[in-house]
Design a protein around this ligand. Structure first.
Ligand SMILES: Cc1cc2nc3c(=O)[nH]c(=O)nc-3n(C[C@H](O)[C@H](O)[C@H](O)COP(=O)(O)O)c2cc1C
Length: 182
């Protein structure tokens, strides 16, 4: 890594850090931290983002703080639950507060949690939205199906192959962010 640590933001498409998406993002952030990154988790239960378009949203202090933080960060981990075959409304609304000027040319690591069988729908849909933001999602990605059984009591992934996929996702994001920052 360069002199300054990479600053990495984690975003979950659910309101609580204790949600499965929150746990997955925080697992990624912990790995990034162990490699020297400065990490931040945006907790929507403490700082909710208004719906884009609702009364007062454009000058909402949480939106201003969120967009300032986006601008400061070098890379992002996003994890959304799959709802009806796509990302949650919470994740889409969070992405709707991002613009090219905040995240363009920056690296993204994408993750998704599913109640049912693993698939890549949500990951693909997030990837498409990021194209409009000029974001650079790395090729590695992680979908965790049957997510109710995926974590142990300490919040660690149970399955070794999922752990390895998470590690390679985090490594890829940090490596790419380091290169793009240079
Ligand atoms: C409205 C709604 C729609 C859902 N649609 C799907 C779905 O299409 N496929 C699936 O596997 N799970 C579906 N689920 C289950 C969620 O994906 C699962 O509960 C979630 O990933 C758990 O993560 P969380 O704790 O971060 O919400 C749905 C859940 C809700 C509430």
């Amino acid at each position: 890594m360069g002199n300054e640590p990479l600053k990495v933001l984690g975003l979950a498409g659910e309101y609580h850090a204790s949600s499965k998406s929150g746990m997955l993002v925080n697992a990624a952030l912990n790995l990034a931290k162990s490699q020297g990154a400065e990490v931040v988790f945006w907790d929507l239960s403490e700082q909710p983002l208004p719906l884009v378009g609702e009364e007062g949203c454009w000058t909402h202090p949480n939106v201003q703080a969120f967009q300032a933080l986006l601008s400061e960060c070098d890379a992002f981990f996003l994890s959304s639950p799959e709802y009806h075959g796509t990302m949650s409304g919470v994740m889409k609304n969070t992405m709707d507060w991002m613009y090219d000027k905040h995240v363009g040319g920056k690296v993204f690591g994408l993750m998704s949690t599913l109640g049912g069988v693993t698939n890549s729908n949500t990951l693909n849909h997030m990837r498409i939205a990021l194209r409009w933001l000029h974001g650079w999602p790395v090729p590695e990605q992680l979908a965790v199906g049957h997510v109710k059984e995926a974590f142990d009591e300490d919040g660690h992934l149970v399955d070794d192959s999922l752990k390895q996929r998470l590690e390679s996702l985090v490594n890829s994001v940090l490596k790419a962010a380091e290169k793009l920052r240079a």
